[in-house]
Design a protein. Structure first.
Lengths: 209, 463
């Protein structure tokens, strides 16, 4: 087993501390940070595919994602110069009045694993908070999740707010959640609707290049 | 800790262990404890069965669920504290829970109660519910159409989509008004079809606590005491907040025979079938301890399809029902969420399988919700009629778990491959004559054909 493979395995096992220690050793030994990063991204991609096929489950994705973020905090400073372009930023959250966050969390993990910079605002998010976060983070995408039919209008409310603020087109607005549909997304003027987290990541990659 | 000492329970939200982020609690407590209890209590699924026949597994599931609930507690999103219950507190709640409630009134008074596996005496409680939004112009008529169903013991009415042309929105005046209109429509509908005292679970349109409170009115709205039911949710997963606690406070003060709405997500935080089973069972204990609820509505659902009729989820409901029936006095119902929509054969097969997989295990049917709960006006009383008739047939003909397993496997072959297909069917306006509130002949013929097919497979309908 090569050392990068060991880091990958530690990440899958959720052993972030061991993975970070090994990563530091590799960097000190001259292994390029980008090479480690590529290995980790590939591993998260494989895990994502297994998750989509119900071969692994959300806890596996969460503990690996947590370890991934731990390793990234070490790799970050070494990656700054190596990267050609900054990663795209996605603001995510569950709309006001809705406390369900599992779908939003899965989207966050999958987008992170796909190379996006994800800013998670949590659940019960006011439309104004989305707008302010989008400005502050210079967002490329704002993603709004809703699990209740009575909270879906929160997605429409945000889109109206974006129009009123004259910011339509500055970033993509992506909506999702169990009761939503492509028809709903079209009706409220959202840019992207997707069936699940993987379709969301694929669509955003395609749209943002 | 009696279930009525709600203030001691509420105080736990201010005193329990602190976790700044829910995800931290999830990673440090929920996920490792779930892995532990699955292993220690030896919970395994073979990936094929639909109706469990292993009593020991049912008992181990119950113990695993209790262990998990006591170990993990409930995360309160508002105070960021974990509300934990001791084993003694849990045992006291379980011991003092009443196994039956007389609900409704007059000629529609019924027992809502616990049942046993392959119960020969206590018929299932038939709760009709489309669990779907309906347009304002047909809402009252749709309520009437459901209330006309002969097997109906209780109703959770369709939800209202809009109020005065605006979409009912959570925590907004439109939601409060739609909740009130929903309650008014339901009362009117009950009188108009001659069933004014049916127990209703009200009102689904009200998501927020303030809308629920606004809909409570003994004259025109949700009635007090045993006359109506209410519901309060457990948030995913093992989580609550002050809005939910407020609802439980209101329901208790108002005196309703209220329930705990709980749906563990297959593929979610609990992982696969085994973890989701333990979590779903734990939710029934949680509802009784945390909210003091009188019953629970179980809707463990599939992360990808949002349905409850896959092989894994039917098995899960089967073991859950047996674990509860064998080990507790907790009353529960089993929620059907189908993939397919009205007017499709697939929907009838899904209804039949859910009814067969749960009735013989001590369950009570609640349904039928259709097409992944995505669309407005996409449910009818006809598939609910079929669903409850199959459940009643299972009871009347004393079907065993072994026989139901055989039937469910045959029925699963008819729709399992269709689950990923968007087979959403038709709207109620196409299937029903909305003036007479009766199904159109074409769809009645389909319903009769599906009954005949089930008869040929060995299901005997009582009428």
């Amino acid at each position: 087993m090569s050392s990068i493979a060991e880091v990958r395995q530690n990440m899958v096992d959720g052993d972030g501390d061991a993975a970070v220690a090994l990563t530091n050793e590799l960097i000190a030994g001259g292994t390029p940070a980008q090479e480690i990063m590529n290995g980790l991204t590939e591993e998260m991609g494989l895990l994502g595919e297994k998750f989509e096929n119900f071969e692994v489950f959300l806890p596996d994705l969460m503990i690996a994602g947590d370890a991934f973020m731990q390793i990234m905090s070490v790799l970050k400073e070494h990656l700054v110069k190596a990267s050609d372009a900054p990663s795209k930023t996605v603001i995510i959250g569950t709309v006001k009045g809705d406390y369900h966050d599992i779908g939003k969390n899965i989207v966050g993990i999958v987008l992170q694993a796909s190379g996006f910079n994800v800013v998670d605002l949590g659940a019960d998010v006011d439309p104004v908070a989305y707008l302010e976060a989008a400005r502050k983070e210079k967002a490329d995408v704002v993603g709004l999740s809703a699990l209740m039919t009575t909270t879906m209008p929160g997605q429409e409310e945000f889109i109206k707010l974006v129009k009123d603020a004259g910011e339509k087109g500055k970033y993509l607005v992506c909506v999702g959640g169990a009761p939503t549909s492509v028809e709903w997304a079209e009706r409220i003027g959202a840019d992207v609707w997707s069936f699940d987290a993987f379709e969301c990541a694929a669509k955003l990659k395609k749209l943002l290049g | 800790m009696s279930t009525f000492r709600m203030w001691e329970v509420f105080a736990k939200a201010d005193d329990g262990p602190f976790y700044k982020e829910q995800s931290e609690w999830m990673l440090k407590s929920f996920i490792p404890q779930m892995k532990r209890v699955i292993k220690e209590h030896d919970i395994k699924y073979d990936g094929k069965s639909i109706v469990n026949q292993d009593d020991a597994l049912a008992d181990r599931t119950w113990e695993a669920a209790k262990d998990f609930f006591i170990s993990v507690g409930v995360y309160n999103q508002d105070t960021h504290r974990v509300m934990k219950f001791s084993e003694r507190e849990v045992n006291e709640v379980l011991y003092t829970k009443r196994p039956k409630y007389m609900i409704g009134a007059g000629h529609d008074q019924r027992w809502l109660r616990v049942r046993s596996i392959e119960d020969k005496e206590r018929r299932p409680f038939h709760l009709f519910s489309p669990d779907a939004n309906f347009s304002t112009d047909i809402h009252k008529k749709a309520c009437m159409a459901y209330l006309k169903e002969p097997l109906l013991d209780g109703l959770c009415a369709p939800l209202l989509e809009d109020f005065m042309g605006r979409k009912a929105t959570s925590q907004n005046p439109t939601e409060v008004a739609a909740a009130m209109e929903h309650a008014m429509n339901l009362r009117d509908a009950q009188r108009l079809v001659g069933r004014p005292d049916v127990w209703t679970v009200s009102v689904g349109t009200a998501e927020s606590a303030q809308a629920q409170i606004a809909a409570g009115n003994p004259v025109w709205g949700v009635r007090q005491s045993h006359l109506d039911g209410r519901m309060v949710s457990i948030l995913t997963e093992m989580t609550t907040n002050n809005a939910m606690l407020n609802k439980s406070l209101h329901y208790r003060s108002y005196g309703n025979v209220f329930g705990n709405l709980c749906g563990a997500i297959f593929g979610g935080h609990a992982g696969g079938t085994e973890g989701t089973l333990i979590l779903q069972t734990a939710y029934n204990i949680e509802g009784a301890c945390l909210y003091g609820s009188c019953w629970a509505l179980n809707f463990p659902f599939h992360l990808k399809w949002q349905s409850t009729t896959t092989r894994q989820l039917l098995w899960l409901q089967s073991v859950l029902s047996q674990a509860m029936s064998r080990n507790s006095n907790l009353i529960f119902l089993n929620n059907l969420f189908a993939n397919a929509g009205p007017g499709t054969d697939q929907l009838y097969w899904e209804c039949a399988n859910h009814a067969l997989a749960t009735e013989c295990c001590g369950g009570n049917p609640w349904g039928a919700a259709t097409c992944r709960n995505k669309f407005t006006d996409m449910a009818t009383p006809l598939e609910s009629r079929f669903y409850h008739e199959v459940s009643e047939a299972s009871f009347k003909s004393r079907l065993t778990r072994a026989k139901c397993e055989e039937l469910c496997q045959k029925i699963m072959e008819k729709y399992e491959k269709l689950i990923p297909v968007d087979n959403y069917g038709k709207r109620i306006q196409e299937i029903y004559d909305m003036d007479k509130l009766t199904p159109r002949q074409e769809y009645l013929d389909q319903y009769e054909r599906m009954r005949d097919e089930l008869c040929k497979m060995g299901v005997e309908f009582p009428y």
